[in-house]
Design a protein around this ligand. Structure first.
Ligand code: NDP
Length: 254
């Protein structure tokens, strides 16, 4: 039982985290937040070498390692997790953040738009969970945080493929939490609203004030605000939370 009079200790220092898609946007903020708490953080990216290098170069005092791995490649995911375990000893936290959008109205969606979104946003999460879970099971501890989206629960024009992928992640999160609870592995999701990153740039440019007027807090979110929620779900402070989808959307879903 926790002592509510003791200073709050997140319990992250010295632990190891793997964050997919950590070179830019929300993923980068998560990498920096966890590494700033004393974690040894490995992140993946798919193509942007320059952005990945910047995360390392701009944080010389933090323990951060970048690995170029496409989350859609299950063999590469397995290899990435095994290499990380060899290098740092084990894996305590997995954050499945890498994701893509290919928005369009349903009749205009190409096969590639479905494939890219489902393979990255759904299969990528399966690939990294399948690779990391055995390490967590043998330790009987671990945290998995999946980055979902407000679109997983709230309808959005032109987002059928993306919304379906994030709805799948919400369902996946709950089932995996049930599957792994006995092994003391906690599985949760964070569902961001519209966050100021490259991914949402086009939507924000097109929407003008239309979106912000529907957000209770009347503004877009920042990557750091998602990273703070992920930090909480990785920490000892969330020890009795599993199978949940935490909305961090300024009230957009309501
Ligand atoms: P960005 O487009 O800014 O960054 C995406 C990151 O994912 C990059 O690091 C990119 O690597 C990486 N990535 C993309 N595809 C792959 C792949 N196949 N394999 C490995 N890495 C990959 O996205 P955001 O930061 O905005 O989004 C992060 C997550 O948050 C996503 O899951 C997204 O769906 C979710 N989200 C975002 C919202 C928003 O408003 N921004 C709202 C709700 C949810 P590289 O740099 O090499 O391209």
């Amino acid at each position: 039982m926790s002592d509510t009079t003791a200073p709050i200790e997140p319990g992250l220092s010295g632990k190891n985290a793997l964050v997919t898609g950590g070179s830019r946007g929300i993923g980068r903020a998560i990498v920096e937040r966890l590494a700033s708490s004393g974690m040894d953080v490995t992140f993946t990216y798919v193509s942007n070498d320059e952005a990945a290098k910047a995360v390392i170069d701009e944080n010389p005092d933090l323990k951060i390692t970048a690995v170029k791995v496409d989350v859609r490649d299950s063999d590469a995911a397995r290899q990435c997790v095994e290499d990380m375990a060899d290098r740092v000893g084990t894996i305590d936290v997995l954050v499945n953040n890498a994701g893509v959008v290919r928005d369009n109205l349903l009749p205009m969606l190409e096969d590639d738009d479905l494939k890219a979104v489902f393979e990255t946003n759904i299969e990528g999460v399966f690939n990294f969970c399948r690779a990391a879970v055995p390490f967590m099971m043998s330790k009987r501890s671990g945290r998995i945080i999946n980055i979902s989206s407000v679109s997983g629960e709230k309808g959005g024009r032109g987002q059928t493929n993306y919304a379906a992928s994030k709805g799948a992640i919400n369902a996946f999160t709950k089932s995996l939490a049930v599957e792994l609870g006995r092994r003391k592995i906690l599985v949760n999701a964070v569902a961001p609203g519209v966050i100021e990153t490259e991914m949402s740039q086009e939507v924000r440019d097109l929407a003008g004030d239309e979106i912000t007027s529907n957000i209770v807090l009347k503004r877009y979110g920042q990557p750091s605000e998602i990273a703070n929620a992920v930090w909480f779900l990785c920490s000892d402070l969330s020890s009795y939370i599993t199978g949940q989808v935490l909305s961090v959307d300024g009230g957009f879903k309501m």
